[in-house]
Design a protein around this ligand. Structure first.
Ligand code: CDP
Length: 208
């Protein structure tokens, strides 16, 4: 069984995907980390993020164990990711890994921007997680505060708005709600309530 969770920046899709995977006994892949890691490797190799050749080479060379890197979680890494994510050849190079992961028995949860539309159009369940930009910024700001990252709320909000525009506006695999996706607005929901709502959607769709 494949569960696709898509949504804009800091919508809570990563937390939700992990909770659902634990609950169902499924594997979980945060596909945003793939793009974040590609951007990191381009910069480490001394190239510009817009360098298509360097980004494609980094995407092709990416190893899954290189995703366990706390530096990938920051605002700069998210911004950088959305620049390399516009390159069609980078997306193509990451596709097979994501699709193989999705087929892991007994099931997998993948979260990102294009899981329900491009990576797994045949997913059994598709959920598009949203929340008001201010709510998302507040949540991410609290996460950064807890880690002592020292970023201003206004900076986090501006970053989220800019990144959403870039992700929704790109020509290739833009962030979009799949025609058969169920919407989950978490603006007024706690993590627990969002999880319960998602379990309800999955049960209704699959009987699990
Ligand atoms: O956690 P957050 O929502 O802030 O971001 P993320 O899911 O880690 O994704 C970082 C960036 O990677 C996004 O802004 C997208 O540009 C890109 N991305 C993508 O293009 N396709 C995906 N399936 C996942 C992420």
């Amino acid at each position: 069984m494949i569960i696709a969770i898509d949504g804009p920046a800091a919508s809570g899709k990563g937390t939700l995907a992990k909770r659902l995977a634990d609950h169902l006994g499924f594997a979980c892949l945060d596909t945003g980390l793939l793009y974040r890691a590609v951007a990191r490797d381009v910069v480490r190799a001394g190239f510009r993020l817009e360098d298509i050749w360097a980004a494609v080479a980094a995407a092709r060379a990416l190893q899954p164990q290189e995703l366990e890197d706390p530096d990938l979680r920051g605002t700069a890494a998210g911004d950088a990711a959305s620049i390399v994510a516009r390159i069609p050849e980078v997306r193509a190079a990451l596709l097979a890994y994501q699709r193989d992961f999705a087929r892991r028995p007994p099931g997998a949860v993948l979260d990102g921007r294009d899981i329900g539309t491009v990576v797994c159009p045949d997913a059994d369940v598709k959920i598009f997680v949203t929340a008001a930009p201010e709510v998302r910024a507040q949540r991410r700001f609290a996460e950064f505060e807890a880690r002592g990252a020292g970023v201003a709320y206004e900076t986090v909000l501006a970053d989220i708005i800019a990144r959403d525009a870039r992700d929704a506006g790109r020509a290739n695999a833009p962030m979009a709600v799949a025609a058969d996706a169920m919407l989950l607005d978490t603006s007024n929901l706690s993590i627990e309530a969002a999880f319960d709502a998602a379990v309800g959607l999955i049960t209704r769709k699959t009987g699990h």
